[in-house]
Write a protein that binds this ligand. Structure first.
Ligand code: FES
Ligand SMILES: [Fe+2]
Length: 430
């Protein structure tokens, strides 16, 4: 087991240096599962996936499979998806509706509230001595939602979700609460595995504006970068880091990409802009998201109506990540707009073959691979972009730096280091 002296110096925020070990070391990875993934609020699913009693979806928290289910009384619960008898996965489907889940190994049956309700041979073989109350599915300690996004934490001592999101909620609202009715996921989920550490993906989405004109130049030149009406003025963009390691890039503008179009998509974009101003006020009427990351691994990329995706980077070892990526749009948007968003996002960023996504995966895989060498690991990575130039910006909560910078990445790795060194949430909060 690693102790705190092994962790010292891995993340040096004062000098903007991060050890390559945090991306490749197996012991650090095992500790990370305990101290980051078994502790933080993790994104599970969107409420639109389970609107009715009995609806369920499978998910992961770290490497633990979980089952997210709306029980017959309408409450959303999450349970470890593993049978209490011999550990078989209780639910093998990705999604569906069920009053109960019967294990396919020996047939123990659990209600959609997690209670053990049926055991083959309960009378004949167990002589009614098995205490069924004690052998229900293992519940996840806390489950809560924010604007349709369902999160959970295994740690009963974690702060409430609303506290954990903190100032990040101010920025999330521009995406998830811009119009009446909220959002919904559209289409299915893309799942794919990349040979990289999950933090390369999370820190890129948290605020790596620096790579865009280089990495994605082909995608942009060939028209995979959006509508071509993006009114980019980098001097007005900024990156925000909030407490608990969340990061968000704010593309500050008075109007959104796509709002110049004359078709139904343009009309909708203009109506949504007006709605943001009305619902969320002047300061947020200028926020055009942007990419961001809710610590540790829920990332979003929202560029007008043509790119609206969220994803989680499920860790699968120090050098492997399983991405689950969804497209979303406002629930009350016209079908034509939803269709446009789905197709345009697929083209740009929703899946492994999308224009932008394939560029990124290539980089992260090679960053991971080349950091494994014993000599390479002696040389830290450089996270100094914008270091020492952070500040505040009136009306916008969080710590702000000009775009592009590595401010948000430093925020993410700082929170990671804090959690890794802490024995409990009480330590983190101290
Ligand atoms: S493992 Fe589930 S009933 Fe035996
Ligand atoms: Fe990228």
């Amino acid at each position: 087991m690693l102790d705190s002296k092994d962790l010292k110096g891995l993340v040096d925020l004062d000098r903007g240096l991060v050890s390559r070990s945090i991306y490749v070391d197996r012991d650090l990875y095992e500790l990370e599962l305990e101290r980051v993934f078994a502790r933080c609020w993790l994104f599970l699913a969107h409420e639109s996936q389970i609107p009715n009693p009995g609806d369920f979806v499978s998910a992961y928290m770290g490497e633990d499979p979980v089952l997210v289910v709306r029980d017959s009384r309408g409450k959303i619960n999450a349970f470890l998806n593993t049978c209490r008898h011999r550990g078989m996965r209780v639910c093998r489907a990705d999604a569906g509706n069920a009053a109960a889940f019967t294990c396919t190994y020996h047939g123990w049956t659990y209600g959609n509230d997690g209670k053990l309700v049926g055991v083959p041979g309960y009378k004949e073989y167990y002589y009614e001595e098995l205490d069924m109350e004690q052998w229900g599915l293992v519940p996840v300690a806390q489950v809560d939602s924010y604007k349709g996004l369902i999160f959970a934490t295994f740690d009963p001592e974690a702060p409430l979700l609303i506290e954990y999101l903190g100032d990040m909620a101010f920025y999330l609202d521009v995406t998830f609460d811009r119009v009446e009715g909220g959002t919904e996921l559209i289409g299915g989920v893309h799942k794919w595995i990349m040979p990289c550490n999950w933090k390369f993906a999370a820190d890129n989405f948290a605020g790596d504006g620096y790579h865009v004109p280089i990495t994605h130049i082909s995608a942009m030149k060939t028209g995979f970068g959006g509508s071509g009406t993006d009114p980019r003025d980098f001097s007005k963009y900024f990156s925000v880091t909030t407490k608990w390691g969340h990061g968000f890039d704010v593309f500050w503008s008075s109007y959104s990409t796509y709002s110049a179009r004359e078709d139904v998509v343009g009309q909708y974009a203009r109506a949504a802009d007006e709605s943001i101003a009305r619902r969320l006020g002047e300061a947020r009427s200028h926020i055009r998201p942007g990419n961001g990351n809710v610590f540790p691994h829920l990332s979003l990329a929202v560029f007008g109506e043509g790119n609206r995706t969220i994803r989680v980077w499920h860790p699968r070892g120090p050098d492997k990540v399983e991405t689950w990526s969804w497209v979303f749009q406002d629930k009350n948007a016209p079908q034509e707009v939803k269709d446009f968003t789905r197709l345009a996002t697929e083209r740009q960023q929703a899946g492994p073959a999308s224009g932008f996504e394939q560029d990124d995966g290539e980089n992260w895989g090679m960053c991971t691979e080349s950091s494994k060498g014993v000599i390479a690991r002696r040389y830290p990575m450089n996270y100094t972009l914008g270091l020492g130039r952070e500040g505040k910006r009136e009306e916008y909560p969080g710590s702000v730096a000009l775009y592009p910078s590595e401010h948000n990445q430093r925020g993410l790795h700082g929170q990671w280091a804090k959690l890794m060194a802490a024995d409990s949430w009480a330590d983190v909060l101290r």
